[in-house]
Design a protein around this ligand. Structure first.
Ligand code: PBG
Length: 336
């Protein structure tokens, strides 16, 4: 970022950085990063039933909803300018083979159809994982107490294909099994879904910030943790390797998750690939701001916009955030 502008002699008092900060208009003119509602993706949680809405304690303002209410929500947020939602399924139907994950009349499949029916232009992304559907809560198939990589691939691919069949525009594998992007691409193509995109959770870390989500989705592992497949928060270079492997396997878009504590990773992945890059501002990152704001310790809107701007500044194209609807409104107000 060193430029010719900072040649010898260009220093105080000739240079005064405050000049360009003097007025609001000036600040807007020289602003480097501008959020747009077009970048936002809102995560939603699907449950079975009708007219069902169950608030999520650990995610203030968010709720699990039945397909009819999800469709109404999708209509509202699309009108507010948010172009996409990311769907998660929540169900009591759990077994060793995660069979509810790839059931054609499963909770995600039903919700996708309802949303696409209500708002055809909305981009519907589905989270592809097994953890909400396995009786042990791990993201793949267990063999001798271990998550078996290659056996999990078939079920993940089947799940992704069933989401595509239901109308998903984008499938987003979040399981962190090796080779799943390739396996999913193959299954999609074999079943005539060559137009369905893959957004790979390429660099997904074993993070404490998923805590509120696991309450929301009922997907906490019954034993152990996810460190056998999710990344070590200490590793940055590995994120680039993971991403390039997903690109080679056919990912259309890639992701870094979480976001706010991983800005260097976002910047590193940004430099390594030209694919659209998403960053997931996860549940705990959202709830932290909510909790502090509730106590009056910080201003919610300013804090949330600062964090989202930071994530975009680091190089993310798409921001997956529980703040999507609020942020779309805040951006519109700022632009007004
Ligand atoms: C499923 C999945 C998780 C999240 C997204 N997909 C939880 C996990 O890996 O334990 C977390 C999202 C959030 O915290 O907002 N594997």
């Amino acid at each position: 970022m060193e430029g010719t502008q900072t040649a010898a002699g260009a220093a105080f008092p000739r240079v005064r950085m405050r000049r360009l900060r003097a007025s609001g208009t000036m600040r807007r003119m020289v602003r480097e990063t501008r959020l747009s509602p077009d970048r936002l993706v809102l995560p939603l949680f699907a449950i079975e039933g009708r007219d069902a809405r169950v608030p999520i304690d650990a995610l203030p303002g968010q709720a699990r909803m039945s397909p009819d209410l999800l469709a109404a929500t999708a209509r509202r947020v699309f009108a507010a300018g948010v172009p996409a939602v990311l769907l998660f399924g929540v169900t009591d139907r759990k077994d060793a083979a995660a069979s509810a994950a790839y059931d054609a009349s499963g909770v995600v499949q039903t919700a996708v159809a309802a949303i696409k029916d209500a708002v055809p232009e909305m981009v519907v992304v589905t989270d592809v994982c097994l953890c909400a559907y396995t009786d042990h809560g791990h993201c793949g198939v267990l063999v001798d107490g271990h998550v078996h990589n290659d056996m999990s691939l078939e079920l993940l691919a089947r799940t992704a294909a069933s989401h595509a069949e239901a109308g998903a525009d984008v499938v987003a594998p979040s399981d962190m099994m090796d080779g799943r992007v390739g396996a999913i691409r193959e299954a999609l193509d074999a079943e005539g879904h060559e137009g369905t995109s893959i957004l790979a959770y390429s660099a997904k870390y074993a993070s404490a910030f998923y805590g509120p989500f696991r309450e929301a989705a009922g997907s906490a592992p019954g034993f152990g943790d996810r460190r056998g497949y999710q990344m070590d928060p200490a590793n940055g270079r590995e994120a680039v390797r993971e991403t390039l492997l997903d690109v080679a396997e056919g990912a259309d878009m890639v992701m870094v998750k979480p976001a706010a504590a991983y800005l260097d990773v976002i910047a590193g992945v940004r430099a390594a690939t030209d694919l659209p890059l998403a960053a997931y501002h996860v549940s705990g990152e959202y709830s932290m701001i909510k909790a502090a704001a509730e106590r009056g310790w910080l201003d919610e809107r300013t804090a949330a916009m600062e964090v989202l701007t930071g994530i975009a500044r680091a190089g993310a194209d798409l921001l997956i955030t529980y703040y999507a609807e609020d942020a779309a409104r805040w951006i519109a107000e700022e632009d007004a």
